[in-house]
Design a protein around this ligand. Structure first.
Ligand code: GDP
Length: 340
């Protein structure tokens, strides 16, 4: 019998999450996304429980076994075909016996209050599958906050038995860097002839990519193949981020579901190579440390701003910096001295 998630204690909630109950998982993610301090405390306990007691078959935290979940980041501009691809790939993986969770990091929500990825009608077929869990993007909050919660949501999905976690984001730079920092493998989706390759190289996104996938190859296969060749050449001039993996460039058609098996074969190969070299684990360890440092930075910043002396002095000093009567460095020194 399913628990009543509304009245369940946190311990009961965790048990239900571990049983793979989707409503409990959704509720637990809502808890970690909450901005209420009381919820934040409960959420931290829940996550700590999952990480510390992580049996390696689940693979929470950065512990790892052959069966632990694979975290895949997917990025691309709106319209490139992300949801078509994720839906097709998700159904393909479920047919092969996997459980697939899809989480979205949507930078538009913090900038405009709207949401590019949060549209509930996306991935209609996948959302009906029992072995799928799709979480639309949180509708508010700064990018940093949203991504913190996405890391926690990943752990919750893994505790619920999802072994493929897809984190989707729109290509605007900052969010891709955040997603690459929380996944094992980063896929950049592009369109042939879109001319955004150069943009991606300029923004430093290309260095993050383990896979570059040109979608919509059904429209013009020759153009897609040309784009693949050009991208391979461009990438050969960049320094690869791993000694053990050259970014894989390919074209496919998400719409026609053509190329999915080939894509997945390459993903399996990537994982095997990364695990054999030890890089898979070291990347997760590095990500866990970076997450800790990020948490320290944001907690310190919050404590600093909430300090009564800082809160009192900040408005006048900000005006002074704006009108040039105090230098930014001197103002920062004065404010920092208030908390020491
Ligand atoms: P997203 O904004 O990146 O999630 O893009 P969507 O998955 O919503 O796709 C945008 C449009 O492109 C939709 O009309 C899709 O049907 C279409 N589309 C997606 N993949 C393909 C493909 O492989 N071939 C063709 N011809 N159209 C596609």
């Amino acid at each position: 019998m399913q628990i009543d998630v509304e009245s369940a204690s946190d311990a009961q909630l965790l048990v239900a999450v571990r049983k793979g109950e989707r409503r409990a998982l959704a509720k637990a993610i809502t808890l970690v996304e909450s901005t209420l301090p009381a919820h934040a405390k409960r959420a931290q306990k829940l996550i700590a429980e999952i990480i510390v007691s992580a049996d390696s078959s689940v693979g929470a935290g950065h512990t790892l076994s052959k069966t632990s979940a694979l975290r895949i980041g997917i990025s691309g501009v709106p319209g490139v075909g992300k949801s078509t691809f994720i839906e097709a790939l998700g159904l393909y993986l479920i047919a092969a016996g996997h459980k697939v969770a899809v989480l979205a990091v949507d930078p538009s929500s913090s900038l405009t209050g709207g949401s590019i990825l949060g549209d509930k009608t996306r991935m209609e077929h996948l959302s009906l599958a029992d072995a799928a869990f799709i979480r639309p993007s949180p509708s508010s909050g700064a990018l940093g906050g949203v991504t913190d919660h996405t890391r926690e949501a990943i752990l919750l999905c893994e505790a619920a038995g999802y072994d493929i976690i897809i984190v989707e984001t729109v290509g605007v730079g900052q969010s891709e860097i955040a997603v690459a920092a929380m996944t094992d493998l980063f896929v950049l989706m592009q369109l042939p002839n879109a001319g955004d390759d150069l943009q991606a190289i300029k923004k430093g996104i290309m260095e993050l990519a383990d896979f570059v996938v040109f979608n919509k190859a059904d429209i013009d296969l020759i153009a897609a193949q040309r784009a693949v060749a050009q991208m391979r050449l461009a990438l050969s001039m960049l320094r690869p981020s791993s000694k053990f993996w050259t970014p894989h460039v390919m074209c496919l058609s998400a719409f026609k579901q053509d190329g999915l098996a080939d894509f997945w074969q390459q993903v399996v190969d990537f994982r095997l190579k990364m695990q054999a070299s030890g890089e898979f684990l070291s990347k997760r360890q590095h990500q866990a440390l970076a997450w800790m440092n990020q948490q320290i930075d944001s907690a310190l910043r919050q404590q600093f701003r909430q300090h009564p002396a800082v809160a009192a002095a900040l408005p006048a000093l900000s005006v002074a910096v704006e009108n040039g009567s105090v230098t930014p460095a001197a103002a920062a020194q004065q404010l920092l001295a208030l908390v020491n």
